[in-house]
Design a protein around this ligand. Structure first.
Ligand code: AMP
Ligand code: GLY
Length: 434
């Protein structure tokens, strides 16, 4: 098989790493990739925003399976273009990716299908949104409808903050078209969690649970990031919670979007609030998480490619995922200043020593090879150090020991990833399609 992975972050390095191990795969491409990916795959310089160029490449090179990492090309219809060329793709068509691409659509979808989520109203008119802010109970949450790289959500404790959020999104157009429409919703209280499932549009294979860390500094302080680290399994995602999420949320979502004429083939990533009334959806994503993927895939003992291929082809029946019992911890290393402004081009040392192990892996994100063969930083999130161990505490110790041997100027990371996690009664959700 020839496989193409679209994207160039840590998530895509983890996907390429796992796909490379498959005996089914003869040729692996990843575009644009990064310095780590380039060691295991060919990296043609395609812009993932140029979905026609990607579809041309797929057709010209006879790619058997394209695996799409990020949400933007999925929402722009990359899967539709590849399918139109008669080629298989892991990742939903645009009509299904709207679950992530439009929060207004996803809220109305949940209402239509009885899927638990916060009460909300949708506004196209800034005056009406501002009037609504005056009447709504505090705290309230103001969200841009469209894709805003995770920055379009404002949890507002005061009416002033809510007015300001509406101003920024609808009047100042801080995210251009993404904030033309806003959702204003109730603030949910509880513990946040996320959940991933691979689906062929009918059958569902849950992935093992994990917990990421969004804030940039220890103790969950500072601004939100794409993710600073993660561990798996997530001990608070008990078997009962997982079953409830599958039954009340994931199943109805996959069936619902199918009934609306858009079969969902790919991975569904649900952001949840575990409330006293049960799990409720904060958001849908139509893709794998980053760094959740780097954390989860080293725990997958079986081949990933049959799963991805069967989901893409609509025949997951009988396909199984086998998971290792070991726990996993991922620590993300970032450039100083991330998620704000940061410098690039810093020389990285110490990563070479971690090649070839299954229990200690360095997944690259924002890296490139320099002229002398050295590796340099080129992004906010630079590297992900992932360790497996018999317990989360042991995996954590191993991950931080490896981190201490890696260096680049301005390197930042959280010191409290997977700290004080209660030992798991393993969520025990591994298994076959349901
Ligand atoms: P979203 O992109 O919709 O997941 O929102 C980003 C973050 O905002 C979430 O991870 C939550 O921390 C927070 N958030 C979003 N919606 C709500 C809500 N209804 N209640 C409480 N917090 C929320
Ligand atoms: N780590 C959060 C995300 O991938 O959206």
């Amino acid at each position: 098989m020839k496989v193409l992975v679209i994207g160039g972050g840590g998530r895509e390095h983890a996907l390429a790493w796992k796909i490379r191990q498959s005996r089914l795969v003869d040729e692996l491409f990843c575009s644009p990739g990064n310095a780590g990916v380039a060691e295991i795959a060919d990296c043609p310089p395609l812009a993932s925003s140029d979905i026609d160029a990607v579809a041309d490449f797929v057709a010209r090179h006879g790619i058997d399976l394209t695996v799409v990492g990020p949400e933007a090309p999925l929402c722009a219809g990359i899967a539709d273009r590849i399918l139109a060329r008669g080629r298989a793709v892991f990742g939903p068509v645009a009509a299904a990716a709207r679950l992530e691409g439009s929060k207004a659509f996803s809220k109305q979808f949940m209402t239509r299908h009885g899927i638990p989520t916060a009460a909300y109203e949708i506004f196209d008119d800034p005056e009406a949104a501002l009037a609504h802010v005056e009447t709504r109970a505090l705290p309230m949450v103001v969200k841009a409808d469209g894709l805003a790289a995770g920055k379009g959500v404002f949890v507002c404790d005061t009416r002033d903050q809510a007015r300001e959020a509406v101003h920024r999104l609808m009047i100042q157009k801080a995210f251009s078209g993404a904030g033309r429409t806003v959702v204003i919703e109730d603030c949910l209280v509880g513990r946040e969690a996320s959940f991933f499932a691979i689906t062929d549009g009918e059958r569902i294979i849950p992935l093992v649970t994990c917990q990421d860390y969004k804030r940039v500094f220890d103790g969950d302080r500072g601004p939100n990031t794409g993710g600073m680290g993660c561990y798996s399994p997530a001990t608070h995602m008990t078997r009962d919670v997982v079953l409830e999420v599958l039954e009340r949320i994931v199943g109805p979502t996959i069936r619902g979007i199918g009934r609306e004429g858009a079969e969902y083939r790919g991975v569904l990533y649900v952001g949840l609030m575990l409330t006293d009334d049960g799990p409720k959806v904060l958001e849908y994503n139509c893709r794998f998480g980053d760094p959740e993927t780097q954390t989860i895939l080293p725990r997958l003992a079986s081949d990933l490619v049959p799963l991805l291929r069967a989901a893409a082809n609509g025949n997951l029946a009988g396909v199984r995922a086998e998971w290792r019992r070991e726990a996993s911890v991922c620590v993300t290393l970032t450039s100083q200043g991330y998620p704000g402004h940061y410098q690039k081009g810093k020389k990285i040392t110490g990563v070479e020593q971690f090649g070839g192990r299954h229990d200690l892996i360095v997944f690259h994100a924002g890296t490139r090879s320099g002229p002398g063969g050295e590796i340099r930083t080129t992004g906010g999130r630079v590297l992900n150090v992932v360790a497996l161990g018999p317990t989360i505490a042991e995996a954590r110790r191993k991950a931080y020991d490896a981190v201490s041997r890696i260096h680049f100027p301005g390197m930042h990371y959280r010191k409290d990833i997977a700290e004080n996690v209660a030992p798991a009664a393993n969520a025990g959700q591994e298994g076959s399609a349901r």
